[in-house]
Write a protein that binds this ligand. Structure first.
Ligand code: AMP
Length: 399
C-alpha cells in the first residue's frame, strides 16, 4: 500500500511517497515558490531525480507537477496515481476542534480554513492545498489530515489556560495549543519501544530542537504540558523566534519603535532568537561556529538555549512528579552533541548522567546516551513526522 504525504505551506508543497509494506520512502520532493514563479526538486530513494523551474501560479499547478514527477519521466516511481491508496496532509492548527486525525470532507476543509485566524501563515495555505489536491487527485483516493496540535489536546485546563479574562478564552479561543505534536507523539512512542517499556508507565520530557523548538511533558503517553503556546512563538529561544518574553517588554518595544501588531509579530518571529541575539544568523551551526571563535553574543544565545531547556526539564519533572527519560530530536537535538552535553551537565540533582564520549560521536541515530547508573535515561530519537502521518492515514482508511 502506497501513501502520499503532503506538507503544504503558503508557497511550498513538500511531499513524500511511502510504501507502507516496509515503511520505506520511495520518493520525496518540494514544489517551491508557488504564487511567485515555481521550482520543483524531486528525488527517488535509489538516487534518481531532477530539478526544474516551472510556473506554479497556485497549489493546483504544483500538485500537477508532483503527479507528473511521480508517474512520468526518468525519476518516476509509480505508473499511475491509481497505485496510491491515500494522501495524508500535515496541518498546523486544529485548535480544540480536532483532537485526532480525520478523513477529509468539504466541511473539514472549511473548518481548517476557518481556523486561519489562529495560524495565519499556515491554515489558509493548507485549505488551498487540500482543495487543489482534490481537484487533481481522483475522488477514489481518500485524504486524511493530521494536526500538529492534536497530540496536545490532552493537556489539562490548568496547563493550557492563560491568566487573561476568561471571556477572551471563550470568545477569541486564546489558550495554549502547542505544536510539533506529530513529532512528540512519534518520538515518545519510539522511545518507549526502544526502552522496552509500556508508554503508559513512562514520564518523558521530549525535546524537539530545530529551527523551531518545543519541549513536551509526556506522562503515560499523553501530552500534559508543552512549551509552545497559542502560536509556535512561545517557549525556548529559537532560530529567529524569541521564545517566552515578558508581555510588558513586547508592549514597551512596540511603543518605542511605533510598531503595528503585525510589525511586532514580524520582529518577534523573524528577527529575534539566535539571529537577533547573536547577530550571526539563525542556523545553530553558524552560531556554534561563531561561539567557538570567541563571539560572545553567539555563546550567550547558546547558553540561553541550554539553560531554558534545563528549566523546562526541571519544571516538567515537577509537573509530572517524576521523570524516567529525556529524549532529544529535531535537527539540533539529533545532531548537536554540544547542546545535548550542555543540557545534561549540572543535572546531578536529577541523577542525570550521560556517556560524554558516546554523545560526542553519535548523530541522528536512535541511541541511549545515559550511563547505566543514571537515574533518568537520556536518548536521541530521530523524528519522522511523515511516517506518522502515513501511519495515521493508513489506520483511518483501514477502518
Ligand atoms: P530542523 O528545523 O529540525 O531541520 O533543524 C534545523 C537546525 O538544526 C538548524 O539550526 C541547524 O543548524 C541544526 N543542525 C543541523 N545539523 C546540525 C549539526 N550537525 N550540528 C549542529 N546543529 C545542526
Amino acid at each position: 500500500m502506497i501513501i502520499l504525504v503532503v506538507n503544504a505551506g503558503s508557497s511550498s508543497l513538500k511531499y513524500q511517497l511511502i510504501d507502507m509494506a516496509d515503511e520505506s520512502m520511495l520518493a520525496k520532493g518540494n514544489c517551491d515558490r508557488i504564487g511567485i514563479d515555481g521550482h520543483i526538486s524531486h528525488k527517488t530513494s535509489d538516487g534518481r531525480g531532477f530539478e526544474a523551474d516551472m510556473a506554479f501560479p497556485t497549489h493546483t499547478e504544483a500538485f500537477m507537477a508532483l503527479v507528473d514527477a511521480l508517474t512520468k519521466g526518468d525519476a518516476k516511481v509509480i505508473d499511475s496515481m491509481d497505485e496510491i491508496s491515500a494522501v495524508g496532509h500535515r496541518i498546523v492548527q486544529g485548535a480544540d476542534v480536532f483532537d485526532k486525525s480525520v478523513l477529509v470532507t468539504d466541511e473539514v476543509i472549511d473548518k481548517i480554513d476557518e481556523l486561519r485566524e489562529l495560524a495565519p501563515v499556515h491554515n489558509h495555505a493548507h485549505a488551498l492545498a487540500l482543495r487543489a489536491c482534490k481537484s487533481v487527485i481522483p475522488d477514489s483516493v481518500p485524504q486524511v489530515v493530521v494536526f500538529d496540535t492534536a497530540f496536545h489536546q490532552t493537556m489539562p485546563p490548568k496547563a493550557y489556560m492563560f491568566g487573561l479574562p476568561y471571556e477572551d478564552y471563550e470568545t477569541l479561543h486564546v489558550r495554549k495549543y502547542g505544536f510539533h505534536g506529530t513529532s512528540h507523539r512519534f518520538v515518545s512512542a519510539a522511545l518507549a519501544e526502544a526502552m522496552g517499556r509500556d508508554i503508559k508507565d513512562l514520564k518523558i520530557v521530549s525535546c524537539h530542537l530545530g529551527n523551531g523548538s518545543s519541549i513536551t511533558a509526556v506522562d503515560g503517553g499523553k501530552s500534559v504540558d508543552t512549551s509552545m503556546g497559542f502560536t509556535p512563538l512561545d517557549g525556548v529561544v529559537m532560530g529567529t523566534r524569541t521564545g517566552s518574553v515578558d508581555p510588558s517588554a513586547v508592549t514597551f518595544v512596540a511603543d518605542k519603535h511605533h510598531f503595528t501588531p503585525s510589525e511586532m509579530s514580524e520582529y518577534m518571529n523573524k528577527k529575534s532568537g539566535f539571529l537577533g541575539v547573536s547577530g550571526v544568523g539563525s542556523d545553530n551551526r553558524d552560531v556554534q561556529e561563531a561561539s567557538l571563535h570567541g563571539n560572545e553574543r553567539a555563546k550567550l544565545v547558546s547558553d540561553m538555549l541550554t539553560y531554558e531547556i534545563q528549566k523546562y526539564i526541571g519544571s516538567y519533572a515537577a509537573a509530572m512528579n517524576g521523570l524516567d527519560a529525556i529524549l532529544f530530536t529535531g535537527g539540533i537535538g539529533e545532531n548537536s552533541w554540544e547542546v545535548r552535553e550542555s543540557v545534561c551537565r549540572n543535572m546531578d540533582f536529577f541523577g542525570i548522567k550521560i556517556d560524554e564520549e558516546l554523545n560526542r560521536t553519535i548523530r541522528g541515530k536512535l541511541t541511549k546516551l545515559s550511563t547505566p547508573e543514571s537515574k533518568v535515561e537520556v536518548w536521541i530519537v530521530p523524528t519522522n513526522e511523515e511516517l506518522l502521518i502515513a501511519r495515521d492515514t493508513l489506520a483511518l482508511i483501514s477502518q
